[in-house]
Design a protein around this ligand. Structure first.
Ligand code: IPD
Ligand code: CA
Ligand code: CA
Length: 265
């Protein structure tokens, strides 16, 4: 009998084939909002994932970015981003991923993040750790921000949230960090924290499909994930701070204030 873990890995790899085909053969790009793009690959990949999940588990709910608005309170819930990093994809940059998480009663049980072009497969299983292409991964041992590279992300906002993010980046640089990186795929940013490449990563707005799998990757690799105010992650649009744990309080002291200034929870 297939388990949710088997189905998550299979669906991610099948969706990856769909993405790779569009990436190499061509696709249409449309604007969902200012600077927020979608391609026919996003939609086709989500359809493929939903088809695989439904054929194995017809009664499970699916929450996906493009077409599936499953109930987040469902006992069995799949949270999927068929193409995380659409802006990279649209500009022919091979740094994007399929992100799939399976949750039972709201608690992530497994998460898969798959970059089909670079063939990077990250898997997290509750209680069993995180892996990258089959090898166990762990968060880094950085004790202070001044020893760390920090991942960042910008939501599709060109106003107050963008300014607040820039203020937080300035605060991070004043802690003498090694640098910031903005690679444009939240699930892979979280995989980079889980693998120890980044000491921490933050972004002021993400949706559950962006972080559900990556959050489990970080936690199972020994790290910590909260909102940018230090609260437990809710299963809704929220800010995110992921770290190796050791850097969490120092990071919070730098990213919390600009975020709170936006007047969000
Ligand atoms: C986006 C990417 C990006 C992050 C944005 C997300 P999408 O997802 O993860 O890195 O900065 O906030 O919305 O739109 O490419 O699926
Ligand atoms: Ca995304
Ligand atoms: Ca997406």
């Amino acid at each position: 009998m297939l388990t949710p873990y088997d189905v998550a890995v299979c669906a991610a790899q099948e969706a990856g084939k769909v993405l790779a085909r569009y990436f190499h053969e061509g696709f249409e790009v449309r604007n969902k909002g200012v600077a927020d793009l979608v391609t026919d690959a996003d939609v086709a990949a989500e359809r493929r994932i939903a088809e695989i999940i439904r054929s194995a588990f017809p009664d499970h709910a699916i929450l996906g970015e493009e077409e599936n608005s499953g109930d987040v309170t469902a006992e069995h819930l799949w949270v999927i981003d068929p193409l995380d990093g659409t802006t990279n994809f649209a500009h022919h940059i091979p740094h994007f991923a399929v992100s799939i998480a399976y949750l039972h009663h709201g608690v992530a049980q497994c998460g898969v993040v798959w970059n089909p072009i670079r063939e990077d497969l990250y898997i997290a299983r509750r209680g069993l750790g995180s892996t990258h292409n089959g090898k166990a991964i762990h968060v880094g041992s950085q004790q202070q921000m001044s020893e760390s590279l920090i991942g960042i992300g910008f939501y599709y906002d060109r106003g107050a949230m963008m300014e607040a993010t820039l203020a937080a980046i300035g605060a991070c640089f004043r802690r003498q960090i090694h640098g910031v990186r903005r690679f444009g795929t939240a699930s892979l940013d979280l995989a980079h924290v889980a693998s120890g490449l980044y000491g921490a990563y933050f972004e002021y707005q993400l949706s559950p499909w962006d972080y559900a799998a990556g959050q489990l990757l970080v936690e199972e690799a020994g790290g910590r994930v909260t909102t940018c105010t230090g609260a437990a992650m809710p299963l809704k649009k929220t800010s995110i701070l992921a770290s190796n744990g050791q850097l969490h309080d120092e990071m919070l002291a730098n990213v919390r204030e600009p975020y709170v200034g936006l007047g969000r929870d």
